[in-house]
Every structure is written in C-alpha cells, then in structure tokens.
Design a protein around this ligand. Sequence first.
Ligand code: 5FU
Length: 275
Amino acid sequence: SSASGQTYSARASKHSNALVKRLFDIAELKKTNVTVSADVTSTMELLELADCLGPHIAVIKTHVDIVSDFSNDTVVGLKRLAEKHNFLIFEDRKFIDIGNTVQKQYHGGALRISEWAHIINCSILPGGGIVEALAQVASSNDFHHGPERGLLILAEMTSKGSLATGAYTTASVDYAREYKDFVIGFISTRALTEVQSDVTSATEGEDFVVFTTGVNLSSKGDKLGQQYQTPKSAIERGADFIIAGRGIYAASDPVEAVKRYQKEGWDAYLGRVAR
Ligand code: 5FU
C-alpha cells in the first residue's frame, strides 16, 4: 500500500533517511502530527510560543526574516527548546533563485539557516539546479556541525490563484525523485504519489513526507487569498503533517487550541491508517 496508509512507526522503520525516521518517531512518541507556524515578530514571542506549544507539536515552522530582533539569542533559544520538547525546526524561507545565490542564503548570511534548521523548502521554479545547490551545502565537508538536514519541495500553494499547479507540480515530484536523498517530501495540499511524468514514476517503497499548510478549524480563509481546510480534510487528502499558524497562535488560548489541532489531526491519522 502507499506510504500514507501506513503508520508513522512502520514508515520510520523502513525509511532510509535519518531525519525522516526521527520525524516519524517524534510523531509517534508525542502522538502529534501538528506543525505550528509560529509567525510572530519578536524573539520573546517566538520562544514563548515554542515553549508552551512544544509538548504538542512535532515541528515548529519559522519565518525568521519576520523576527524584528533576530539574533544569536533567537537561534540559541530555539535550539534549546527543540531539544527540551523534542521537535524539529523548519525554516519556511522558500528559496527561489539561482544555485549560487541560494547557497549563500542557506549557509551563512544574516540568518545562518543551515546551522539550526532541520528542514528547509524551495520552489523549483528556477529548475533542478536549486535542489542540487542546496543539497551540496547540506552535505559539504566544511559542515559537520548543525542538525541533520532535509528539503521539502514547494509543490503547491494554498493561496487563491496559485500557479504552482499542473506541470510545475509534476516537475516538483520529478526533482524529488531525482534527489531523494536530500528531498524528504513536499509542501502540498494532498499526497502526490500518483503523479507520473515522462521523466519519472513512483518507485517501489517511495515515501515522501507531505506537509500541508492552510489548515484552520474555524476559518475558511483570509482577506489576502489564503484558503483553509480542516485538519481532518488535510489528513484525509494525504497530509502527514498539518501546518497551522493563526488558528493556533492567534487563538485566545494557544495551548488549548494546539491541543484541539493535535487531537483532530491524530484522530484523522488513526482513521486513515485503519482503513
Ligand atoms: F507554501 C505555503 C502555502 O502555500 N501556504 C501557506 O500558508 C506556505 N504557507 C505558510 O503557512 C505561510 O507563509 C504561513 O507561514 C503559514 C500559514 O499561516 P496561517 O496563519 O495558518 O494562514
């Protein structure tokens, strides 16, 4: 059966990528497939959220370029809380440029993303060279420090009128298959296992991890084109991890909210693997 019909622990035991194994192990251990999108704009808010939501999440998703006082303290604090609560860090930087530029954006620079982010993502709009360039950084020799690293390809987007569809999405899957040691999965609204192209088709045992953004229990969207589905719907369509931002951090009680997303996400997962 396809990967999404199997339990996280079954997938962990078979997967060849150490980071994916860890991700699935965390999900199973903490009984959560929630990624919180912690889109707050100060280090204090970010670290407070990470600490209080930490027990209920598998991954924290950051946009550190919106943190107005980003510094070494932000990084040290995030890493400490990731260890304390056993979650992974996903920087949603969406690299989208020529290889030479994305290498400098990933490694070094103002944000030093390669030093602390387990997971990053990119668009394949520039072509396969972007994946190659990021993979080189993650495996380069001057680079033994830092976390285990993996890449998600931005195969679809949740905003109204998104152009990340059709041939773009198919090419995303092709590049994931071509670079499957470094590409751990997709940002998409559904499982992409069925996608076939002239170039590639699914190999036996293929297991890409699906992260789905645009998840909210009480809203259908926002005034700027965001479109939401519920945790249950996302998981039924093939999400392995649901990503929720405002639904959690902007709730009057974020801890109570994250528990609701955790329960709905986990119940939907149990339903999916029981089928
Ligand atoms: F790639 C994508 C996408 O297609 N839709 C998104 O919403 C990324 N996102 C991110 O997920 C976006 O940048 C936010 O960080 C987050 C959604 O936040 P929300 O508050 O749950 O709408």
